[in-house]
Design a binder for this molecule. Structure first.
Ligand code: NAD
Ligand code: ZN
Length: 372
C-alpha cells in the first residue's frame, strides 16, 4: 500500500528545522523520526507555511523565550500524506492527503468533554510545546488530523491553520449585508477579507500601515484598502456613504491604535472579533463599549472541526486564496523564507519538503522587483 513512499520511512533519521538553543535563528538538523503511538498518524510533510508565530520563535522575542523549550522542531502549518497509522486508527490510510490541527486538546476538561474543544483549558501547541511540522515527518493523534477533499490545491491545504484563524474570526458574527472593518492586512487579515466578501458582506474595508500589504489586499478584492497613516476611518465612512459605523470589526493587527480606531468607528450594537495578539497592554475609552453597546469576542485557534468544514466548503464553492501565497522556497532555503517574512513584503510564505523543487522557487506578487 505504501510502496511509493517507503524510502522515506527507511532509516531512523530525518531532516528538521529546529530551535536548538536559547537565541535567535533556527538550525536544519538530522533528528530521529517521530514515534507512533496506537492512536497516532505518521504524515510525510509535503509543504509548510511559515506563521507569524514561527517568526517570533526565529527572532527569539520575549514571548518565544518564555514559551519555547529547546530543542524543539518548530512549525505547524502543513499538508502531507499519511504514511503509517497506529493500531487503533481505522480511518486514515497511506496516501491520504491531510493537514493537522495545531492545537492538541486534553480531552478531559469540562469544555473538551462537552465537545467545545476549541475552548480546551489545557491545549498543547504543535511546533510550540510538542514537535512540529518543519520536518520530513510528523506524528499526530488521529483526532488532530484533517482529511482534505479530493483535488485540493496543496498550497492552500498547507495554510489551513491560518486560513482557519481567518474563518473562525470572520464567521464569528453574521456578515451578510453588513459593513466589515478589518484592521491589519497581514496574511490572516487578507484571507478574512476574502472570506467575508464570499460570505456576502456589503463593504469590506481593510487597514494597514504597510503599502505592500495593502496592495496585496487589493489584488484579492476588497472595497477599500486604507493606509491609516494618511487616511482616517471617518473619511472612509463618508466616502462610502456610511452613516452609522461598521457593523462588524475583525481586529487582526494586535496594534493598540488600530483597535482604538476600530472602537470609535463601530455602529451602535457593533460586534468585534479580536484575533490580533497585542504586544502590550491596550488602554481604551470604555465609553465606546458601554454607550454603544459593543460586543468584543476574543478568538483563539479554530473550532474543531466546524471551522475546518467551513474552510473546505468555501473553497469548493469558489473562494480563491492562491493570491495570498506570495513566496515558495525549498526547505533548504528556509532562511530566505524567514528573511522575506521579516521584510514585511510577503503574504504567505511556503517551504516545500518533498524531493522536487517547486516550479520557480519563489513568486513575487503585488510588487515589482520583489522576486528575491
Ligand atoms: P501579521 O503580523 O503578518 O499582520 C499584522 C498586520 O497588521 C501587519 O501587516 C501590520 O503592518 C499591520 N498593522 C500594524 N499596525 C497597524 C495599524 N495601526 N493599523 C492597521 N494595521 C496595522 O500577522 P498575521 O499572521 O496576519 O496575524 C494577524 C494577527 O493575529 C497577529 O497579531 C497574530 O499574532 C495574530 N494571531 C492570532 C491567533 C489566535 O489564535 N488568536 C492565531 C494566529 C495569529
Ligand atoms: Zn480540554
Amino acid at each position: 500500500m505504501r510502496a511509493a513512499k517507503q524510502p522515506l520511512h527507511e532509516g531512523k533519521m530525518m531532516k528538521a528545522l529546529l530551535k536548538s538553543e536559547d537565541g535567535p535563528g533556527l538550525t536544519l538538523e538530522d533528528v530521529p523520526k517521530p514515534e507512533m503511538g496506537i492512536n497516532d498518524v505518521i504524515i510525510e510533510v509535503d509543504r509548510t507555511g511559515i506563521c507569524g508565530t514561527d517568526l517570533h520563535i526565529y527572532n527569539w522575542d520575549a514571548w518565544a523565550q518564555k514559551t519555547i523549550p529547546v530543542p524543539m522542531v518548530v512549525g505547524h502549518e502543513f499538508v502531507g500524506r499519511v504514511i503509517d497509522a497506529g493500531s487503533n486508527v481505522t480511518d486514515f490510510h497511506p496516501g491520504d492527503i491531510v493537514s493537522g490541527e495545531g492545537h492538541v486538546v486534553c480531552g478531559r476538561c469540562r469544555n473538551c468533554l462537552a465537545g467545545r474543544r476549541h475552548l480546551c483549558a489545557d491545549t498543547s501547541g504543535v511546533g510550540v510545546n510538542r514537535p512540529g511540522a518543519f520536518a520530513e515527518q510528523i506524528s499526530l493523534p488521529m483526532t488532530n488530523v484533517w482529511h482534505h477533499h479530493e483535488g485540493i490545491d496543496l498550497d492552500v491545504a498547507a495554510i489551513f491553520d491560518p486560513f482557519g484563524n481567518a474563518v473562525h474570526t470572520a464567521l464569528s458574527f453574521p456578515v451578510l449585508g453588513e459593513d466589515v472593518l478589518i484592521t491589519g492586512a497581514g496574511p490572516i487579515g487578507i484571507m478574512a477579507a476574502a472570506v467575508v466578501r464570499h460570505a456576502g458582506a456589503r463593504y469590506v474595508v481593510i487597514t494597514d500601515v504597510n503599502p505592500w500589504r495593502l496592495e496585496l489586499a487589493r489584488s484579492l478584492g476588497v472595497t477599500l484598502a486604507v493606509d491609516v497613516t494618511s487616511t482616517d476611518l471617518a473619511a472612509v465612512q463618508q466616502e462610502l456613504g456610511m452613516k452609522e459605523g461598521f457593523d462588524v470589526g475583525l481586529e487582526m493587527s494586535g496594534n493598540p491604535d488600530a483597535f482604538r480606531d476600530m472602537l470609535s468607528n463601530m455602529c451602535h450594537g457593533g460586534k468585534i472579533a479580536m484575533l490580533g495578539i497585542p504586544s502590550e497592554d491596550i488602554s481604551i475609552d470604555w465609553n465606546h463599549v458601554v454607550f454603544n453597546m459593543l460586543t468584543i469576542k476574543g478568538i483563539y485557534g479554530r473550532e474543531m472541526y466546524e471551522t475546518w468544514y467551513k474552510m473546505t466548503v468555501m473553497l469548493q464553492a469558489g473562494l480563491d486564496l492562491q493570491p495570498v501565497i506570495t513566496h515558495r522556497f525549498h526547505f533548504t532555503e528556509w532562511e530566505k523564507g524567514f528573511e522575506v517574512m521579516n521584510s514585511g513584503k510577503s503574504g504567505k510564505v511556503l517551504l516545500h519538503w518533498n524531493q522536487e523543487l517547486p516550479s520557480g522557487s519563489e513568486r513575487g506578487q503585488a510588487s515589482e522587483g520583489e522576486s528575491e
